[in-house]
Design a protein around this ligand. Structure first.
Ligand SMILES: Cc1ncc(COP(=O)(O)O)c(C=O)c1O
Length: 378
């Protein structure tokens, strides 16, 4: 169906076209100066000492597991209410993901109290995912991690420039992983970036990004290096300069994009606050966030799908974030008991949210939701 109001719309214009053309005309398409500039710019925006651009966030998460030396026999605690990549990366290195529940219907982030009950002598790390860009309880999670000597990796795909206590998400744990997938706040089609607090992690990740080779082709082509050794079993997880050029333009647009999203969220909250049939997660949160998505939960989860159908029939697109990972065939065993996650995954509806959306469009979405709540079969 062609929707009048899509879930997401690309914030692209002539600026991205010109940047791509300039990259093409530079005659250097793979990892090169634009990627280096992207890393420098992103690190500065986050206040992080090190950033490394990669081919996508799945690669970033995989690199994070390798950098931490996680392997067979190890366990990593992950949320289930996330995109499957957050858990798959643990399996890539032969370790076991152990699923943690979310806090409640009004806070869809992983519950630190549940994390603590899942820790065993085999636990090596926790991966948190800042749902919608809203910060996990990083103070408590960091304390638990310190007490049990666990690494913390932030899947910050939803959270570029989101803050917790004045610090940017992604910089609070050992490593932060971001995605530039088409529908993210920063869109380049495919792409991603990692940030690090420790130089040794950054250096290792840089090696693993490119086959464990000690130099990049760009350095060799420019005469900065003549040869290379291979000192680790790495991958080809490099970002290319064409996409880095797009990301650099997207970064210039990000602050204004997020400002508009904050206005849209305030409008949603205003118009939906008194709708008794729904819960709006994070409604009371007042810190600066990316507002990657606008999620609601339908109190009567049995009605969720018909309410979505009602909204779609009014030519407005919705989604579900997410089908719970612990229910997927490959992650079903051993069974995890996650009552809050199960309730959330069965009752969540994601309403449209994007930087160029208008408050009038938010009004139309709210009207469509209210009509669907009134008219759909119970
Ligand atoms: C929470 C989360 N984690 C990981 C990923 C994987 O990112 P990518 O598509 O860049 O590999 C995504 C992207 O869809 C995501 O939303």
């Amino acid at each position: 169906m062609d929707y009048d109001i899509p879930l997401f719309a690309l914030n692209y214009g002539p600026e991205e076209e010109e940047a791509a053309l300039a990259a093409i005309r530079s005659r250097w398409l793979s990892t090169g100066p634009r990627t280096a500039e992207l890393e420098k710019t992103f690190a500065a925006m986050l206040g992080s000492p090190y950033a490394l651009a990669v081919s996508n966030c799945t690669a970033a998460l995989h690199i994070a597991m390798m950098v931490l030396g996680i392997g067979p026999g190890d366990e990593v605690i992950v949320p289930s209410l996330t995109f499957v990549a957050t858990a798959n990366c643990v399996r890539y290195v032969g370790a076991t993901p152990v699923f943690g529940d979310v806090i409640s219907s009004s806070n869809l982030n992983i519950d630190p109290r549940h994390i603590e009950t899942l820790i065993t002598p085999r636990t090596k790390a926790v991966i948190v995912m800042h749902y919608g860009g809203f910060p996990c309880d990083m103070d408590t999670i960091s304390e638990i991690a310190k007490k049990h000597n666990l690494a913390v990796v932030e899947d910050a795909c939803h959270a570029p420039l989101s803050e917790h206590a004045g610090r940017k998400l992604g910089t609070l744990g050992d490593m932060g992983c971001f995605s530039f997938f088409s529908n993210k706040n920063i869109s380049t089609g495919e792409g991603g970036i990692m940030v690090f607090n420790k130089q040794e992690h950054y250096d290792r990740a840089r090696l693993l990004r490119s086959h464990g080779m000690t130099t990049l082709s760009y350095d060799r082509a420019k005469g900065h290096a003549v040869s290379y050794d291979v000192v680790a079993l790495g991958h080809n997880y490099r970002m290319d300069d064409l996409r880095s050029a797009l990301a650099l333009v997207q970064l210039t647009k990000l602050p204004a994009d997020l400002e508009n999203r904050a206005v849209l969220r305030a409008t949603y909250l205003d118009q939906l606050r008194d709708v008794e049939e729904i819960i709006i997660p994070f409604a009371g949160h007042d810190g600066f966030v990316s507002n990657y998505i606008f999620p609601i939960l339908v109190r009567d989860s049995a009605r969720r799908d018909s309410i979505r159908d009602g909204i779609h029939s009014r030519r407005i697109q919705t989604s579900v974030h997410y089908p719970a990972v612990h229910r997927f065939s490959i992650h079903r065993e051993p069974p995890a008991i996650l009552p809050n996650t199960e309730l959330a995954t069965d009752s969540e509806i994601t309403l449209p949210m994007f930087g160029s959306m208008t408050t009038e469009q938010v009004g139309r979405v709210c009207e469509a939701l209210k009509q669907s709540l009134c008219t759909q079969e119970k």
